[in-house]
Design a protein around this ligand. Sequence first.
Ligand code: DCP
Ligand code: MG
Ligand code: MG
Length: 363
Amino acid sequence: MERVIIHVDMDYFYAAIEERENPSLKDKAVVVCMYSNRGEEGGAVSTSNYVARKAGIRSAMPCRQAKALKSDAVFLPVRKQFYEEVSARIMDILHSHADNEESFERISIDEAFLEITQNCGGDFEKAKDIGMQVKHDILEQEKLTCSVGIGPNKLIAKMASSFKKPDGLTLIDPKDVTAFLSPLPVKKLWGIGKVTEEKLLQMGIETIGQLADFDALELISVFGKNRGTWLKKAASGIDESPVTERTVTDQIGRMASLKEDTRDDDMIFSLMRELVDDVIKKTGERKVSFRSVTVTVIFSNFRMTTKSRTLNHAVSDKGILHETAREMMLQFLHESTMNFRRIGVRVGNLQQNTGQKSLFEFM
Ligand code: DCP
Ligand code: MG
Ligand code: MG
């Protein structure tokens, strides 16, 4: 039976919760800010509601810039603990619609996959009813809207849920997968970042359809075996990854002190590169790939903070580790004013490299 997977992503999650808590905010621009230790002057936008987005306000933008774009917007500080509690209740609702205890995967505070193959008997019409029921339950119990994507695998479900936002429901029947993916620009393929996008554009590959038709061996020669294979498969709408509860397994990490406390990019990034090299060497020795990346910074006052990212598939690629760690490190630099004392890079969600399906098995 064809698998049926639902992906749910809450709409403007933190800002929606704030609107719900204070209905007078409803028609105003609401910007939720992560303030740094510089107070209201520093800090970046965590998220904003759709009124604010119309004014050009985006996540990760400096709060000061957001204020310049829309001076009458309401700025609120992040209340992470509170949002986590709302998230946990939503996850319970989602979990209750999954085939069973194990067919559920939370991927962030406002997103999860659930497999409903058995519940809908593989029937996409029934799957749509379940998707509508999910939306109904969340709206009724939490007064929040979400966007739902339904497809034959996680990749398609994830891309479908972002197709219509807010309050959307997009169903991609297996026979429509190619038509759905082909015209989209490559950057829309879940898992493609800026670096990969630029490389693909240089190769003359602009749409997902062109990527799917591209010579597999040539992709492998440019991107390496794992990544090249993944690109070809994903662009073809193929994703065999199971919906599984994420459990913290083993981790591989390295930490080191900077020569002196500093905020100098060159010093920080050159040490980070050494750490990335070491971590990749160790993953190579143990023949494992990783799905999560964590960056740690210890500031000159010994305060320690971490950021983590989960990738949508396991990789063992140095370029991706470097790119992901660099993005988080830039965020740290942006959100803080203090000198860095120590930095760390860690990978987790490890998977053994053996037994992977090769590209040739699906061609
Ligand atoms: N978040 C954050 N910093 C970012 C991105 C997101 O703190 N750079 C937080 C705030 C978001 C929440 O995570 O509310 C969920 O992220 P999403 O990417 O799903 O964004 P939203 O739910 O806010 O908006 P959308 O309606 O586009 O999903
Ligand atoms: Mg969201
Ligand atoms: Mg999200």
